[in-house]
Design a binder for this molecule. Structure first.
Ligand SMILES: Cc1cc2nc3c(=O)[nH]c(=O)nc-3n(C[C@H](O)[C@H](O)[C@H](O)COP(=O)(O)OP(=O)(O)OC[C@H]3O[C@@H](n4cnc5c(N)ncnc54)[C@H](O)[C@@H]3O)c2cc1C
Length: 494
């Protein structure tokens, strides 16, 4: 980490800037220090802690380029390859794993000028959109035409459609509509050598492994997504929210599992542990004996939503759950796109979230063990969990941890220790280390254990497509550049 003043003093403007400006226009190349400071971080808590201390998390970028379209972007990519300039595509910088963090004075390629809906095909039920479009604006434009894309992450208004696909994200309605990989049916991308890759949008194909899936979740390491074709759905006739109180965590988990295994598909499913239930249910009598909160939402055609609710409520009752006051549902609905962390970060806490996937059979043990181990990391640690993004075979376990204010260096070590305990326990109990935030930089230590030989396949592909390691180097568990900054805390390397 470098103090901002030192980083600014060391910054040298590259001599190729005028040539780059010829490609995208002078106004679309940013080189001033305040701009570089903004692009030196994403929303990874590690970056936030450094910003709080007026430090650059790793390096400043050398410049920022904002191409107008895929053709200009391809020219920028060919230019960077010719001059061996490392680069990072930048959507809205809402990633929380350091994917967009420059480690070697990369050129940031901001995609927000690629922000148009190209076609809404009402016959096929698809929309084609440029990758840099803001998620909130995209969804609002669809809503005006009577549609939704069904992908509604908490970060809807602070992320791009391309970023959703690049990070393999999940929206709050994923239980009904799927994750982004279930929604994207076609795409275009610029590969590291400047060629365009197109995956035509068709319902299904059977011609070898899915090339589309090499780009989805690739976080920019294999290319820059410029365009996506996604499924769209008619706006629901009805949304039915239900608030439930369960006597135990196990009864809640069993009810959700049974609902999913009975082929019901609520749009929203959220079950909270004791720590997360308590502040949301304060003053509601039903939770005195049944302290575990769950929220379900059924949506779609009125008759279908009502029948789904009725069938789900039979399952809930069989597991000891009861329906109660709507207040927690209304509160969630009202605040569903807000971020809670800035308040804590401003007050000096270290707040972070870890989202993992587990099979139903392992989730109770995963929760119990990770909770116990993470709470043991330091006095005053907060740990809370909810389960959302639910499937017939398992669910996403979303954990919030918060360290109390303490000296910065100590915080980084303890933060990393908590992560290591959570990710190791997840792997040992048969889960996956990430459900939807992606790998970025900060999950590097566990990628080998997660992917095994699969990581070598990704590295081989990377070496072939990007022999000079120019695209998003050192992320997704892949090799970095020799001179890049190492951000690992000095103690406690896993
Ligand atoms: C408060 C908050 C809530 C969040 N809630 C959710 C949630 O509910 N669900 C969820 O899935 N995530 C969530 N996230 C994480 C984050 O918003 C997502 O990962 C999002 O998809 C990132 O989009 P972005 O455009 O901001 O990407 P960036 O942060 O700009 O980039 C992320 C990574 O993708 C690469 N990238 C970006 N665009 C492209 C592209 N077009 N082609 C290739 N690579 C690209 C970047 O190089 C980087 O490696 C949340 C984050 C915050 C801060």
């Amino acid at each position: 980490m470098t103090a901002l003043r030192a980083a600014a003093a060391a910054h040298r403007r590259p001599d190729w800037i005028p040539a780059l400006a010829e490609l995208v226009g002078e106004a679309n190349v940013l080189v001033e220090l305040p701009d570089l400071w903004v692009y030196s971080r994403d929303r990874a808590p590690y970056a936030t802690y450094h910003v709080r201390d007026a430090k650059v998390p790793a390096t400043l970028p050398c410049a920022v380029a904002c191409p107008a379209d895929a053709a200009e972007l391809a020219e920028v990519v060919r230019f960077t390859r010719q001059h061996r300039i490392p680069l990072i595509p930048f959507g809205a910088g809402s990633g929380v794993l350091g994917g967009a963090l420059p480690l070697d004075r990369e050129l940031m390629v901001d995609l927000k000028r690629l922000n148009a809906i190209l076609e809404l095909n009402e016959t096929d039920g698809t929309v084609t959109v440029q990758a840099g479009m803001n998620g909130g604006q995209f969804e609002a434009a669809l809503n005006r035409r009577g549609y939704t894309c069904g992908h509604l992450p908490q970060s809807l208004y602070m992320s791009t459609v391309g970023g959703w696909a690049a990070c393999r994200g999940a929206g709050q309605n994923s239980t009904r509509f799927g994750k982004i990989e279930d929604i994207v049916i076609g795409l275009a991308a610029i590969l590291p050598d400047g060629r365009e890759l197109r995956v035509r949008p068709v319902a299904r194909r059977a011609v070898g492994p899915s090339v589309r899936d090499i780009l989805i979740g690739s976080e920019g390491v294999f290319g820059i997504i410029t365009e996506l074709t996604l499924r769209v759905w008619r706006l629901p006739e009805l949304r039915l929210g239900v608030v439930l109180a369960f006597p135990s965590l196990q009864s809640g988990l069993d009810a959700l599992r049974t609902i999913m295994q009975h082929e019901l598909r609520p749009a929203v499913v959220r079950l909270y542990d004791r720590e997360e239930s308590a502040p949301r249910t304060h003053g509601i009598a039903a939770f005195a004996e049944r302290p575990f909160l769950a929220i379900l939402e059924f949506s779609g055609a009125r008759r279908l939503a009502e029948v789904e609710r009725e069938l789900a409520m039979e399952i809930v009752a069989a597991h000891g759950g009861i329906q109660t006051d709507d207040a927690p549902y209304l509160h969630w609905q009202q605040h569903r796109y807000e971020s809670y962390s800035p308040k804590w970060q401003t007050d000096g806490y270290a707040m972070d979230t870890i989202e993992i996937t587990g099979p139903w059979s392992a989730l109770p043990a995963m929760h119990e063990r990770i909770r116990r181990e993470v709470l043991g990391v330091c006095e005053g640690m907060h740990f809370g969990t909810h389960w959302s993004h639910v499937y017939p075979e398992g669910a996403c376990q979303y954990m919030t941890l918060r360290l109390p204010p303490m000296p910065h260096d100590r915080m980084l070590v303890l933060h990393r220790r908590a992560w290591d305990l959570a990710e190791r326990a997840c792997l040992e109990l048969g889960g996956s280390i990430s459900h939807h935030h992606g790998a970025g930089l900060f999950r590097n230590p566990w990628l080998r254990a997660e992917l095994g030989v699969g990581l070598e396949l990704l590295q081989a592909l990377k070496d072939h497509l990007d022999p000079d390691t120019l695209f998003v180097a050192g992320k997704l568990g892949l090799r970095g550049r020799p001179g890049a900054v190492d951000i690992e805390p000095t103690e406690d390397r896993p």
